[in-house]
Ligand binder design. Sequence first.
Ligand code: ARG
Length: 457
Amino acid sequence: MAQLWGGRFTKPTDKLVNEFNASIRFDRRLYKEDITGSIAHATMLGRQGIITEKECRQIVDGLRGILRDIENGTLEITDDYEDIHSFVEANLIDRIGDAGKKLHTGRSRNDQVALDMRMYIRGECDAVNAELKKFLCTLLDIMKDNTETYMPGFTHLQKAQPTTLAHYMGAYFEMFRRDRSRIADCRKRLNECPLGAGALAGTTYPLDREYTAKLLSFDCPTRNSMDSVSDRDYLIEFLSDLSLVMMHLSRLSEEIILWNSNEYQFVEIDDGFSTGSSIMPQKKNPDIAELVRGKTGRVYGHLFGLLTTMKGIPLAYDKDMQEDKEAAFDAIDTAVNCIILTNGMIKTITFNKDVMRKSAVRGFTNATDAADYLVSKGVPFRDAHGIIGKLVLYCIQNNKSIDDCSIEELKAVHPAFDTDVYDAISLKTCVNKRLTAGAPGPDAIRREIAECESYLA
Ligand code: ARG
């Protein structure tokens, strides 16, 4: 195995140690960040006169060539190197000779890998953010189309009060909007450049850290060099942001699984997003939603793994920190896939609006409104609550909804009932009367949708 070190060793490393120690199997995906970071470092070394202009040009051209060749497939990143940093440097020396040996002047793999990971995560913040935005557009489309699609809202998974599909989806819109703002926050905090921190204590070369930070689009250099090489907070922060994204996706998945069940039939998942059974011919299963729900545990696991890895590490860099990569990469891949798949599933789902409406009517979701009706006729709310409770019991015993009762039946329960009650407790009225900000009533939801629209624009 080609290594960047070895001078002080008298024996080759054990084969098993090489395999155990190497990270190229997974850190190869940092090749672009590594090369871009090295180009900035070399440019700065040249500008500061630490290497000659000619050497600087040779290094930068050599690195650009490596990047080009990796991307067009002519240069394969093989497992013969310890990590991506060794691969790039060894390749550079092969290509340009002695000048290549000067690239690592005033740098350590400790600040190098810290830089690579920050750049990578910065890009992933943007990628996750973009996928979430697409998903929010899907949710907003559903909201716009369904301001009058009535359905039951639940508490304790018991039908509670009527709402609309627009209002329901609006709740998820808010969750993913918060996720985006958390990720933007994380990106802002991580956008400081650790390059120039060296192994832990800076360097004796006159590096211009402001300059490399600027070249790599960071807001500023990091402050303390020890913290710079040992900080993985931004990764934990990002994984916790992704865990919240997954938690929200998982809750939505759970709703879709319930709604898609034979018992609810509120939705039908599109054939393109369902799977069948090998034995039961009638089955059409919500596997995608189940997998998203299941993979939530996987992302949480990576968050906890990394928290646990980091908790006992003395300053500054320790090799434990190499464990950050597989955890972060897998968590990111998983979360991004789950957002994309959920978006596809929700975009193509059919809402059985009639079933939803009937479910709201049959479930006494207008019982609160019936009590409010009595209040409007002068009955104190606590009494009205008890009267409607008795009415509901009567309806259950007679297998009907409140709306089905004749005026005589209603008056028998309380004389304040009149024929205007039917309109007062219709689904439409129940929703229309919910006018507080954030409620499903037409004005409120229109304002909410307009706000969501301008947020996405
Ligand atoms: N592969 C290493 C990592 O991911 C790179 C840094 C190596 N630094 C060191 N001092 N061995 O953390």
